[in-house]
Design a binder for this molecule. Structure first.
Ligand code: ADP
Ligand code: MG
Length: 560
Protein backbone atom coordinates (compact mmCIF):
# COMPACT_ATOMS: atom_id res chain seq x y z
CA UNK A 1 0.00 0.00 0.00
CA UNK A 2 1.20 3.46 -0.73
CA UNK A 3 0.41 7.09 -0.06
CA UNK A 4 1.05 9.44 -2.95
CA UNK A 5 1.32 13.19 -3.28
CA UNK A 6 -0.87 14.87 -5.88
CA UNK A 7 -0.68 18.30 -7.46
CA UNK A 8 -4.27 18.70 -8.63
CA UNK A 9 -3.77 21.69 -10.90
CA UNK A 10 -6.18 23.90 -12.82
CA UNK A 11 -4.42 23.08 -16.08
CA UNK A 12 -2.30 20.02 -15.32
CA UNK A 13 -2.13 17.42 -12.58
CA UNK A 14 0.59 15.02 -11.56
CA UNK A 15 1.47 12.57 -8.84
CA UNK A 16 4.62 11.72 -6.95
CA UNK A 17 5.58 8.91 -4.58
CA UNK A 18 8.45 8.40 -2.20
CA UNK A 19 10.49 5.31 -3.06
CA UNK A 20 13.60 4.40 -1.10
CA UNK A 21 14.02 7.98 -0.01
CA UNK A 22 13.74 9.34 -3.52
CA UNK A 23 10.89 11.25 -5.05
CA UNK A 24 9.52 9.51 -8.11
CA UNK A 25 7.10 11.21 -10.47
CA UNK A 26 4.43 8.92 -11.82
CA UNK A 27 4.09 8.60 -15.59
CA UNK A 28 0.67 8.34 -17.21
CA UNK A 29 -0.05 5.68 -19.86
CA UNK A 30 1.43 8.02 -22.48
CA UNK A 31 4.68 8.10 -20.54
CA UNK A 32 4.23 11.75 -19.50
CA UNK A 33 4.25 13.15 -15.99
CA UNK A 34 1.80 15.97 -16.63
CA UNK A 35 -1.80 14.93 -17.20
CA UNK A 36 -4.00 17.78 -18.46
CA UNK A 37 -6.84 18.38 -15.96
CA UNK A 38 -9.45 17.82 -18.64
CA UNK A 39 -12.31 15.33 -18.72
CA UNK A 40 -14.44 14.16 -21.62
CA UNK A 41 -17.37 11.77 -21.86
CA UNK A 42 -17.08 9.46 -24.83
CA UNK A 43 -19.88 8.27 -27.09
CA UNK A 44 -20.21 5.01 -25.13
CA UNK A 45 -20.32 6.84 -21.80
CA UNK A 46 -16.77 6.04 -20.73
CA UNK A 47 -14.59 8.79 -19.37
CA UNK A 48 -11.29 9.97 -20.71
CA UNK A 49 -8.94 12.15 -18.75
CA UNK A 50 -5.85 14.05 -19.84
CA UNK A 51 -4.40 14.55 -23.31
CA UNK A 52 -7.25 12.79 -25.13
CA UNK A 53 -9.81 14.90 -23.27
CA UNK A 54 -7.80 18.02 -24.09
CA UNK A 55 -8.01 17.21 -27.82
CA UNK A 56 -11.74 16.62 -27.43
CA UNK A 57 -12.20 20.07 -25.86
CA UNK A 58 -11.82 21.37 -29.41
CA UNK A 59 -13.54 18.58 -31.36
CA UNK A 60 -16.28 17.74 -28.80
CA UNK A 61 -16.73 20.81 -26.59
CA UNK A 62 -20.23 19.70 -25.53
CA UNK A 63 -18.80 16.50 -24.02
CA UNK A 64 -15.65 17.93 -22.45
CA UNK A 65 -14.57 20.20 -19.61
CA UNK A 66 -11.39 21.74 -18.20
CA UNK A 67 -10.35 24.35 -15.63
CA UNK A 68 -12.96 23.02 -13.20
CA UNK A 69 -10.65 23.66 -10.24
CA UNK A 70 -11.69 27.30 -10.59
CA UNK A 71 -15.20 26.32 -9.50
CA UNK A 72 -14.27 24.04 -6.58
CA UNK A 73 -16.52 24.67 -3.61
CA UNK A 74 -19.24 26.38 -5.65
CA UNK A 75 -22.55 25.09 -6.99
CA UNK A 76 -21.44 25.45 -10.58
CA UNK A 77 -22.43 22.45 -12.71
CA UNK A 78 -20.74 21.26 -15.88
CA UNK A 79 -22.92 19.66 -18.50
CA UNK A 80 -21.15 16.93 -20.43
CA UNK A 81 -23.20 15.12 -23.03
CA UNK A 82 -26.40 15.97 -21.19
CA UNK A 83 -25.22 14.90 -17.75
CA UNK A 84 -24.41 17.28 -14.95
CA UNK A 85 -21.19 17.05 -12.96
CA UNK A 86 -19.94 19.11 -10.05
CA UNK A 87 -16.36 20.41 -10.05
CA UNK A 88 -15.41 17.84 -7.41
CA UNK A 89 -16.88 15.01 -9.49
CA UNK A 90 -14.83 16.04 -12.52
CA UNK A 91 -11.78 16.38 -10.28
CA UNK A 92 -12.46 12.90 -8.94
CA UNK A 93 -12.05 11.48 -12.46
CA UNK A 94 -8.64 13.12 -12.69
CA UNK A 95 -7.72 11.76 -9.26
CA UNK A 96 -8.93 8.29 -10.20
CA UNK A 97 -6.77 8.37 -13.32
CA UNK A 98 -3.71 9.43 -11.27
CA UNK A 99 -4.46 6.76 -8.67
CA UNK A 100 -4.76 4.02 -11.30
CA UNK A 101 -1.59 5.19 -13.04
CA UNK A 102 0.25 5.17 -9.72
CA UNK A 103 -1.02 1.70 -8.83
CA UNK A 104 0.16 0.33 -12.15
CA UNK A 105 3.52 2.05 -11.85
CA UNK A 106 4.18 1.31 -8.18
CA UNK A 107 2.60 -2.15 -8.39
CA UNK A 108 0.75 -1.61 -5.16
CA UNK A 109 -2.60 -0.30 -4.02
CA UNK A 110 -2.87 3.43 -3.43
CA UNK A 111 -5.29 4.14 -0.61
CA UNK A 112 -4.36 7.56 0.50
CA UNK A 113 -3.11 10.81 -0.97
CA UNK A 114 -1.81 14.16 0.17
CA UNK A 115 -3.23 16.75 -2.21
CA UNK A 116 -1.85 20.24 -2.65
CA UNK A 117 -4.21 23.21 -2.79
CA UNK A 118 -3.60 26.93 -3.26
CA UNK A 119 -2.85 28.64 0.05
CA UNK A 120 -5.80 30.98 -0.45
CA UNK A 121 -8.33 28.13 -0.83
CA UNK A 122 -11.11 28.70 1.68
CA UNK A 123 -12.89 26.07 3.73
CA UNK A 124 -15.42 25.28 1.00
CA UNK A 125 -12.74 24.76 -1.58
CA UNK A 126 -10.66 22.59 0.73
CA UNK A 127 -13.67 20.54 1.67
CA UNK A 128 -14.58 20.07 -2.01
CA UNK A 129 -11.03 18.89 -2.73
CA UNK A 130 -11.24 16.28 0.02
CA UNK A 131 -14.60 15.23 -1.35
CA UNK A 132 -13.10 14.78 -4.82
CA UNK A 133 -10.67 12.37 -3.17
CA UNK A 134 -13.51 10.47 -1.48
CA UNK A 135 -15.37 10.24 -4.78
CA UNK A 136 -12.27 8.73 -6.36
CA UNK A 137 -11.93 6.20 -3.54
CA UNK A 138 -8.88 7.90 -2.06
CA UNK A 139 -8.61 8.87 1.56
CA UNK A 140 -7.42 12.47 1.84
CA UNK A 141 -6.63 13.39 5.39
CA UNK A 142 -4.07 16.03 4.70
CA UNK A 143 -4.13 18.86 2.23
CA UNK A 144 -0.94 20.87 1.87
CA UNK A 145 -0.55 24.38 0.65
CA UNK A 146 1.11 24.56 -2.75
CA UNK A 147 3.78 27.11 -1.70
CA UNK A 148 4.75 24.98 1.32
CA UNK A 149 5.12 21.99 -0.96
CA UNK A 150 7.21 24.01 -3.42
CA UNK A 151 9.48 25.40 -0.69
CA UNK A 152 9.95 21.96 0.80
CA UNK A 153 10.86 20.44 -2.56
CA UNK A 154 13.15 23.34 -3.40
CA UNK A 155 15.05 23.13 -0.14
CA UNK A 156 15.48 19.40 -0.54
CA UNK A 157 16.70 19.57 -4.11
CA UNK A 158 19.02 22.52 -3.63
CA UNK A 159 20.14 21.09 -0.27
CA UNK A 160 20.04 24.61 1.03
CA UNK A 161 17.73 24.02 3.90
CA UNK A 162 17.37 27.26 5.68
CA UNK A 163 16.04 30.43 4.26
CA UNK A 164 13.26 32.78 3.31
CA UNK A 165 11.70 32.05 -0.03
CA UNK A 166 9.52 33.93 -2.41
CA UNK A 167 7.53 31.26 -4.24
CA UNK A 168 6.36 32.56 -7.60
CA UNK A 169 3.77 30.09 -8.91
CA UNK A 170 2.55 31.02 -12.37
CA UNK A 171 0.25 28.39 -13.88
CA UNK A 172 -2.30 28.27 -16.66
CA UNK A 173 -4.81 30.69 -15.21
CA UNK A 174 -3.59 31.68 -11.79
CA UNK A 175 -0.69 33.49 -10.17
CA UNK A 176 0.17 32.83 -6.54
CA UNK A 177 3.03 34.52 -4.79
CA UNK A 178 3.94 33.40 -1.28
CA UNK A 179 6.59 34.31 1.22
CA UNK A 180 7.71 31.13 2.96
CA UNK A 181 10.22 30.68 5.77
CA UNK A 182 12.06 27.44 6.28
CA UNK A 183 14.09 27.41 9.47
CA UNK A 184 14.99 24.57 11.82
CA UNK A 185 12.68 22.09 10.15
CA UNK A 186 9.74 24.40 10.36
CA UNK A 187 8.05 25.58 7.19
CA UNK A 188 5.95 28.61 7.68
CA UNK A 189 3.93 30.56 5.16
CA UNK A 190 4.36 34.18 6.11
CA UNK A 191 2.08 35.71 3.51
CA UNK A 192 0.19 34.87 0.35
CA UNK A 193 -1.06 37.04 -2.43
CA UNK A 194 -2.46 36.18 -5.81
CA UNK A 195 -4.39 36.94 -8.93
CA UNK A 196 -6.99 34.30 -9.71
CA UNK A 197 -7.31 35.34 -13.31
CA UNK A 198 -3.76 35.75 -14.48
CA UNK A 199 -1.70 32.99 -16.07
CA UNK A 200 -0.36 31.38 -19.21
CA UNK A 201 -3.83 31.61 -20.78
CA UNK A 202 -3.47 35.39 -20.80
CA UNK A 203 -0.38 35.14 -22.96
CA UNK A 204 -2.24 32.81 -25.35
CA UNK A 205 -5.05 35.31 -25.59
CA UNK A 206 -2.67 38.23 -25.96
CA UNK A 207 -0.90 36.53 -28.86
CA UNK A 208 -4.21 35.57 -30.48
CA UNK A 209 -5.54 39.11 -30.13
CA UNK A 210 -2.37 40.54 -31.59
CA UNK A 211 -2.69 38.16 -34.50
CA UNK A 212 -6.21 39.42 -35.12
CA UNK A 213 -5.15 43.04 -34.81
CA UNK A 214 -2.33 42.55 -37.30
CA UNK A 215 -4.73 40.99 -39.79
CA UNK A 216 -7.66 43.34 -39.15
CA UNK A 217 -9.85 40.60 -37.74
CA UNK A 218 -12.21 40.94 -34.77
CA UNK A 219 -11.13 38.50 -32.06
CA UNK A 220 -14.48 38.83 -30.29
CA UNK A 221 -16.39 37.92 -33.42
CA UNK A 222 -14.67 34.56 -33.90
CA UNK A 223 -16.84 31.54 -33.19
CA UNK A 224 -16.04 29.50 -30.07
CA UNK A 225 -14.39 26.84 -32.24
CA UNK A 226 -12.33 29.29 -34.27
CA UNK A 227 -11.17 30.92 -31.10
CA UNK A 228 -10.20 27.56 -29.57
CA UNK A 229 -8.11 26.75 -32.63
CA UNK A 230 -6.43 30.14 -32.66
CA UNK A 231 -5.71 29.97 -28.92
CA UNK A 232 -4.15 26.57 -29.31
CA UNK A 233 -1.87 27.84 -32.05
CA UNK A 234 -1.01 30.86 -29.91
CA UNK A 235 -0.08 28.55 -27.03
CA UNK A 236 2.21 26.53 -29.31
CA UNK A 237 3.83 29.75 -30.45
CA UNK A 238 4.32 30.86 -26.83
CA UNK A 239 5.88 27.53 -25.88
CA UNK A 240 8.24 27.73 -28.83
CA UNK A 241 9.48 31.05 -27.53
CA UNK A 242 10.61 29.29 -24.36
CA UNK A 243 12.87 27.01 -26.35
CA UNK A 244 13.93 29.31 -29.16
CA UNK A 245 14.28 32.99 -30.01
CA UNK A 246 11.64 33.23 -32.70
CA UNK A 247 8.32 31.66 -33.48
CA UNK A 248 5.41 32.20 -35.81
CA UNK A 249 1.67 31.70 -35.63
CA UNK A 250 0.02 30.78 -38.92
CA UNK A 251 -3.74 30.50 -39.09
CA UNK A 252 -6.58 30.30 -41.55
CA UNK A 253 -6.91 29.10 -45.12
CA UNK A 254 -4.85 32.02 -46.46
CA UNK A 255 -2.02 31.19 -44.12
CA UNK A 256 -1.97 34.51 -42.28
CA UNK A 257 1.10 34.78 -40.08
CA UNK A 258 2.30 36.58 -36.98
CA UNK A 259 6.04 36.51 -36.34
CA UNK A 260 7.12 36.83 -32.72
CA UNK A 261 10.22 36.93 -30.59
CA UNK A 262 10.68 37.42 -26.87
CA UNK A 263 11.36 41.14 -27.16
CA UNK A 264 8.10 41.69 -29.03
CA UNK A 265 6.29 39.45 -26.58
CA UNK A 266 7.67 41.40 -23.62
CA UNK A 267 6.54 44.63 -25.28
CA UNK A 268 3.02 43.29 -25.67
CA UNK A 269 2.91 42.01 -22.10
CA UNK A 270 3.32 45.23 -20.10
CA UNK A 271 -0.18 45.02 -18.64
CA UNK A 272 0.42 41.45 -17.48
CA UNK A 273 3.72 42.50 -15.94
CA UNK A 274 2.16 45.29 -13.94
CA UNK A 275 -0.44 42.87 -12.59
CA UNK A 276 2.38 40.52 -11.61
CA UNK A 277 4.15 43.38 -9.92
CA UNK A 278 1.05 44.23 -7.89
CA UNK A 279 0.79 40.66 -6.60
CA UNK A 280 4.46 40.49 -5.62
CA UNK A 281 4.29 43.85 -3.83
CA UNK A 282 1.19 42.68 -1.99
CA UNK A 283 2.88 39.51 -0.76
CA UNK A 284 6.03 41.35 0.33
CA UNK A 285 4.08 44.08 2.07
CA UNK A 286 1.79 41.59 3.88
CA UNK A 287 4.89 39.71 5.03
CA UNK A 288 6.57 42.88 6.27
CA UNK A 289 9.69 41.88 4.35
CA UNK A 290 11.76 43.60 1.74
CA UNK A 291 13.15 41.77 -1.26
CA UNK A 292 16.64 42.01 0.30
CA UNK A 293 15.42 39.80 3.13
CA UNK A 294 14.43 37.05 0.69
CA UNK A 295 17.11 34.45 0.10
CA UNK A 296 15.68 32.78 -2.94
CA UNK A 297 12.99 33.31 -5.56
CA UNK A 298 11.60 29.94 -6.57
CA UNK A 299 9.98 29.61 -9.97
CA UNK A 300 6.98 27.29 -9.97
CA UNK A 301 4.38 26.45 -12.65
CA UNK A 302 4.51 26.04 -16.42
CA UNK A 303 4.32 29.75 -17.20
CA UNK A 304 7.30 30.49 -14.97
CA UNK A 305 9.37 28.74 -17.64
CA UNK A 306 8.85 31.66 -20.02
CA UNK A 307 12.02 33.69 -20.59
CA UNK A 308 10.02 36.94 -20.54
CA UNK A 309 8.90 36.09 -17.01
CA UNK A 310 12.27 35.27 -15.50
CA UNK A 311 13.71 38.32 -17.22
CA UNK A 312 10.94 40.56 -15.89
CA UNK A 313 11.36 39.20 -12.36
CA UNK A 314 15.06 39.76 -12.47
CA UNK A 315 14.68 43.38 -13.56
CA UNK A 316 11.85 44.21 -11.19
CA UNK A 317 13.26 42.42 -8.13
CA UNK A 318 16.95 42.86 -8.85
CA UNK A 319 17.54 39.22 -8.06
CA UNK A 320 17.99 36.19 -10.26
CA UNK A 321 15.19 33.69 -9.72
CA UNK A 322 16.26 30.15 -9.15
CA UNK A 323 14.98 27.25 -11.20
CA UNK A 324 14.93 23.91 -9.47
CA UNK A 325 14.19 21.00 -11.70
CA UNK A 326 11.16 21.57 -13.84
CA UNK A 327 8.94 24.35 -12.44
CA UNK A 328 5.77 22.45 -13.26
CA UNK A 329 6.83 19.38 -11.27
CA UNK A 330 7.97 21.04 -8.08
CA UNK A 331 4.60 21.20 -6.25
CA UNK A 332 3.93 17.51 -6.90
CA UNK A 333 7.42 16.68 -5.65
CA UNK A 334 6.70 18.59 -2.46
CA UNK A 335 3.33 16.85 -2.05
CA UNK A 336 5.21 13.56 -2.51
CA UNK A 337 7.57 14.49 0.32
CA UNK A 338 4.58 15.18 2.56
CA UNK A 339 3.16 11.80 1.55
CA UNK A 340 6.50 10.25 2.50
CA UNK A 341 6.35 11.96 5.89
CA UNK A 342 2.83 10.59 6.33
CA UNK A 343 4.00 7.11 5.49
CA UNK A 344 6.67 7.68 8.13
CA UNK A 345 9.36 6.79 5.68
CA UNK A 346 12.51 6.72 7.73
CA UNK A 347 14.54 8.33 5.00
CA UNK A 348 12.57 11.50 5.44
CA UNK A 349 13.11 13.52 8.53
CA UNK A 350 10.04 14.55 10.39
CA UNK A 351 9.26 18.11 9.62
CA UNK A 352 7.09 20.37 11.63
CA UNK A 353 4.79 21.94 9.16
CA UNK A 354 3.14 25.17 9.99
CA UNK A 355 0.34 26.67 8.02
CA UNK A 356 -1.32 30.00 7.89
CA UNK A 357 -4.94 30.91 7.77
CA UNK A 358 -5.18 32.43 4.28
CA UNK A 359 -8.43 34.33 4.98
CA UNK A 360 -9.88 36.29 7.89
CA UNK A 361 -12.48 34.84 10.24
CA UNK A 362 -14.73 37.19 12.11
CA UNK A 363 -18.12 38.14 13.41
CA UNK A 364 -20.82 40.69 12.61
CA UNK A 365 -21.26 43.95 14.45
CA UNK A 366 -24.11 46.41 14.11
CA UNK A 367 -23.95 48.97 11.36
CA UNK A 368 -25.86 51.87 12.93
CA UNK A 369 -26.46 53.57 9.61
CA UNK A 370 -27.93 50.43 8.01
CA UNK A 371 -29.07 47.75 10.44
CA UNK A 372 -29.56 45.17 7.69
CA UNK A 373 -26.00 45.44 6.56
CA UNK A 374 -23.72 44.40 9.46
CA UNK A 375 -20.02 45.12 9.50
CA UNK A 376 -17.30 42.48 9.68
CA UNK A 377 -15.19 42.44 12.82
CA UNK A 378 -12.19 40.15 12.21
CA UNK A 379 -11.22 37.85 15.07
CA UNK A 380 -8.52 35.78 13.35
CA UNK A 381 -6.91 37.81 10.61
CA UNK A 382 -5.60 36.40 7.37
CA UNK A 383 -2.00 35.18 7.35
CA UNK A 384 -2.20 34.24 11.05
CA UNK A 385 -0.06 31.22 11.86
CA UNK A 386 -2.07 28.11 12.71
CA UNK A 387 -3.19 26.70 15.03
CA UNK A 388 -4.45 29.97 16.41
CA UNK A 389 -6.77 31.08 19.15
CA UNK A 390 -7.96 34.69 19.37
CA UNK A 391 -10.51 36.42 21.52
CA UNK A 392 -12.60 39.51 20.87
CA UNK A 393 -14.84 41.39 23.28
CA UNK A 394 -18.31 42.60 22.30
CA UNK A 395 -21.28 44.25 23.94
CA UNK A 396 -25.08 44.46 23.60
CA UNK A 397 -26.42 46.76 20.90
CA UNK A 398 -29.61 47.98 22.57
CA UNK A 399 -31.10 48.40 26.07
CA UNK A 400 -32.35 45.28 27.83
CA UNK A 401 -31.39 42.97 25.01
CA UNK A 402 -32.19 39.40 26.10
CA UNK A 403 -30.87 37.37 23.20
CA UNK A 404 -27.90 37.61 20.90
CA UNK A 405 -27.16 35.89 17.62
CA UNK A 406 -23.53 36.00 16.60
CA UNK A 407 -22.78 35.39 12.93
CA UNK A 408 -19.49 33.78 11.96
CA UNK A 409 -17.95 34.90 8.70
CA UNK A 410 -14.96 34.26 6.53
CA UNK A 411 -13.55 36.82 4.12
CA UNK A 412 -11.95 40.22 3.75
CA UNK A 413 -14.89 42.48 2.88
CA UNK A 414 -16.02 45.30 5.13
CA UNK A 415 -19.66 44.22 4.96
CA UNK A 416 -20.49 40.74 6.27
CA UNK A 417 -22.95 40.08 3.46
CA UNK A 418 -20.06 40.14 1.01
CA UNK A 419 -18.22 37.49 3.02
CA UNK A 420 -19.03 33.81 3.43
CA UNK A 421 -21.27 32.98 6.38
CA UNK A 422 -19.97 29.91 8.20
CA UNK A 423 -22.68 29.68 10.85
CA UNK A 424 -24.23 31.28 13.90
CA UNK A 425 -24.09 30.91 17.64
CA UNK A 426 -26.91 32.11 19.88
CA UNK A 427 -27.36 32.82 23.56
CA UNK A 428 -29.87 34.28 26.01
CA UNK A 429 -28.30 37.16 27.86
CA UNK A 430 -28.85 39.08 31.03
CA UNK A 431 -30.73 42.36 30.28
CA UNK A 432 -28.50 45.41 30.67
CA UNK A 433 -28.39 48.97 29.33
CA UNK A 434 -26.92 49.27 25.86
CA UNK A 435 -23.14 48.96 25.78
CA UNK A 436 -22.89 47.58 29.32
CA UNK A 437 -22.97 43.83 28.68
CA UNK A 438 -19.74 41.99 27.94
CA UNK A 439 -19.27 38.92 25.77
CA UNK A 440 -16.11 37.14 25.03
CA UNK A 441 -15.90 35.53 21.62
CA UNK A 442 -13.04 33.12 21.07
CA UNK A 443 -12.12 31.55 17.75
CA UNK A 444 -9.76 28.59 17.67
CA UNK A 445 -8.75 27.50 14.21
CA UNK A 446 -6.57 24.46 13.61
CA UNK A 447 -4.46 23.11 10.79
CA UNK A 448 -7.20 20.75 9.58
CA UNK A 449 -9.61 23.60 9.00
CA UNK A 450 -11.78 23.12 12.05
CA UNK A 451 -13.04 26.27 13.71
CA UNK A 452 -14.15 26.20 17.33
CA UNK A 453 -16.24 29.17 18.41
CA UNK A 454 -16.83 29.90 22.10
CA UNK A 455 -19.19 32.62 23.28
CA UNK A 456 -19.14 33.60 26.94
CA UNK A 457 -21.37 36.03 28.76
CA UNK A 458 -18.80 37.55 31.12
CA UNK A 459 -21.34 38.58 33.79
CA UNK A 460 -23.26 35.32 33.98
CA UNK A 461 -20.23 33.23 33.15
CA UNK A 462 -22.31 31.14 30.75
CA UNK A 463 -20.47 29.63 27.85
CA UNK A 464 -21.71 28.27 24.51
CA UNK A 465 -19.57 26.37 22.07
CA UNK A 466 -19.86 25.47 18.42
CA UNK A 467 -17.65 23.50 16.07
CA UNK A 468 -17.67 24.47 12.44
CA UNK A 469 -15.86 22.17 10.10
CA UNK A 470 -16.43 24.43 7.18
CA UNK A 471 -18.76 26.89 5.60
CA UNK A 472 -21.73 26.70 3.32
CA UNK A 473 -24.01 23.80 2.65
CA UNK A 474 -22.37 20.49 3.16
CA UNK A 475 -23.33 17.29 1.45
CA UNK A 476 -24.02 14.54 4.00
CA UNK A 477 -21.46 11.74 4.17
CA UNK A 478 -23.95 9.08 2.94
CA UNK A 479 -24.70 11.20 -0.09
CA UNK A 480 -20.98 11.30 -0.94
CA UNK A 481 -20.70 7.52 -0.68
CA UNK A 482 -23.81 7.03 -2.78
CA UNK A 483 -22.42 9.35 -5.45
CA UNK A 484 -18.99 7.68 -5.23
CA UNK A 485 -20.67 4.39 -6.06
CA UNK A 486 -22.60 5.89 -8.92
CA UNK A 487 -19.43 7.38 -10.34
CA UNK A 488 -17.81 3.94 -10.31
CA UNK A 489 -20.18 3.11 -13.19
CA UNK A 490 -18.27 5.55 -15.32
CA UNK A 491 -15.33 3.59 -16.60
CA UNK A 492 -12.06 5.28 -17.37
CA UNK A 493 -10.75 4.25 -20.76
CA UNK A 494 -8.19 1.42 -20.37
CA UNK A 495 -4.51 2.42 -20.47
CA UNK A 496 -3.68 0.00 -23.28
CA UNK A 497 -5.63 1.77 -25.97
CA UNK A 498 -4.92 5.30 -24.84
CA UNK A 499 -2.19 6.05 -27.34
CA UNK A 500 -4.46 4.97 -30.19
CA UNK A 501 -7.24 7.09 -28.73
CA UNK A 502 -4.97 10.09 -28.57
CA UNK A 503 -3.93 9.69 -32.20
CA UNK A 504 -7.57 9.33 -33.25
CA UNK A 505 -8.67 12.31 -31.16
CA UNK A 506 -5.84 14.38 -32.56
CA UNK A 507 -6.82 13.32 -36.08
CA UNK A 508 -10.41 14.38 -35.45
CA UNK A 509 -9.28 17.74 -34.19
CA UNK A 510 -6.91 18.31 -37.10
CA UNK A 511 -9.61 17.30 -39.58
CA UNK A 512 -11.81 20.01 -38.12
CA UNK A 513 -9.07 22.61 -38.20
CA UNK A 514 -7.62 21.99 -41.64
CA UNK A 515 -8.86 22.55 -45.15
CA UNK A 516 -8.05 21.32 -48.64
CA UNK A 517 -5.12 19.00 -49.25
CA UNK A 518 -4.03 18.95 -45.62
CA UNK A 519 -7.48 17.92 -44.54
CA UNK A 520 -7.47 15.17 -47.12
CA UNK A 521 -4.12 13.99 -45.79
CA UNK A 522 -5.62 13.71 -42.32
CA UNK A 523 -8.64 11.82 -43.64
CA UNK A 524 -6.50 9.31 -45.46
CA UNK A 525 -4.32 8.69 -42.42
CA UNK A 526 -7.43 8.23 -40.29
CA UNK A 527 -8.88 5.76 -42.75
CA UNK A 528 -5.73 3.64 -42.73
CA UNK A 529 -5.65 3.80 -38.98
CA UNK A 530 -9.26 2.63 -38.72
CA UNK A 531 -8.49 -0.22 -41.08
CA UNK A 532 -5.49 -1.27 -39.01
CA UNK A 533 -7.66 -1.14 -35.89
CA UNK A 534 -10.30 -3.35 -37.48
CA UNK A 535 -7.72 -5.83 -38.73
CA UNK A 536 -6.70 -6.51 -35.11
CA UNK A 537 -3.19 -7.03 -36.39
CA UNK A 538 -1.00 -5.47 -33.71
CA UNK A 539 2.04 -5.03 -35.88
CA UNK A 540 0.01 -3.31 -38.53
CA UNK A 541 -1.55 -1.04 -35.92
CA UNK A 542 1.78 -0.02 -34.42
CA UNK A 543 3.08 0.79 -37.89
CA UNK A 544 0.02 2.87 -38.78
CA UNK A 545 0.13 4.71 -35.47
CA UNK A 546 3.72 5.73 -36.02
CA UNK A 547 2.90 6.89 -39.51
CA UNK A 548 -0.13 8.84 -38.34
CA UNK A 549 1.87 10.52 -35.57
CA UNK A 550 4.57 11.50 -38.07
CA UNK A 551 2.02 13.01 -40.47
CA UNK A 552 0.21 14.88 -37.69
CA UNK A 553 3.48 16.17 -36.24
CA UNK A 554 4.45 17.46 -39.63
CA UNK A 555 1.10 19.17 -40.17
CA UNK A 556 1.36 20.79 -36.77
CA UNK A 557 4.97 21.79 -37.22
CA UNK A 558 4.02 23.59 -40.37
CA UNK A 559 1.71 25.50 -38.08
CA UNK A 560 -1.13 24.30 -40.24
P1 ADP B 1 -1.61 24.80 -13.31
O1 ADP B 1 -0.83 24.99 -12.08
O2 ADP B 1 -2.50 25.95 -13.65
O3 ADP B 1 -2.32 23.50 -13.40
P2 ADP B 1 0.86 24.48 -14.89
O4 ADP B 1 1.81 24.89 -13.84
O5 ADP B 1 0.98 23.13 -15.46
O6 ADP B 1 -0.64 24.78 -14.55
O7 ADP B 1 1.02 25.56 -16.08
C1 ADP B 1 0.30 25.50 -17.24
C2 ADP B 1 0.64 26.70 -18.09
O8 ADP B 1 2.03 26.69 -18.38
C3 ADP B 1 -0.08 26.73 -19.43
O9 ADP B 1 -0.57 28.03 -19.66
C4 ADP B 1 1.02 26.39 -20.42
O10 ADP B 1 0.81 27.01 -21.69
C5 ADP B 1 2.24 26.95 -19.74
N1 ADP B 1 3.48 26.31 -20.15
C6 ADP B 1 3.84 25.02 -19.97
N2 ADP B 1 5.04 24.77 -20.51
C7 ADP B 1 5.47 25.95 -21.05
C8 ADP B 1 6.64 26.36 -21.74
N3 ADP B 1 7.61 25.51 -22.00
N4 ADP B 1 6.71 27.66 -22.12
C9 ADP B 1 5.72 28.54 -21.87
N5 ADP B 1 4.60 28.21 -21.21
C10 ADP B 1 4.47 26.94 -20.80
MG1 MG C 1 -0.01 24.60 -10.26
Amino acid sequence: MAIIGIDLGTTNSLACACREGKMVLIPNPLGQFLTPSAVSVEEDGSICVGAVAKERLVSHPEASAASFKRFMGTNHLFNLRGQNFTPQELSSFVLRQLKEDAERFLETEVTEAVISVPAYFNDNQRYATKQAGALAGIHVERLVNEPSAAALAASLVSQKEEGSYLVFDFGGGTLDVSIVDYFENVIEIIAVSGDNHLGGDDFDELIAQNFCKTHHMEYDELSAKERAVLLRLAENCKRELTAQKQAALTYGPEGKTLELNNILLADMSQKIFSRINRVISGALSDSGRTIEEIDEIILVGGSAKMPVISFYLQTCLGKKPCVIGSPDEIVATGAGIYAGIKERKEEIRDLVLTDICPFSLGTDIVNYSDRNNPIMSPVIERNTILPSSRTGFYTNSFDNQTHITVGIYQGESYYCLENIELGQIEMDIFPMPKGKACFELTFTYDINGILKVELTDCYQNIKKEKLLTAGGVRIPEEEVWRRAEELQDYKLIPPGGIRTKLVLARGERLFEQLLGEKRKAVASVMEQLQRALNSQNDQQLVKQMKEAEAVFDKLEELNL
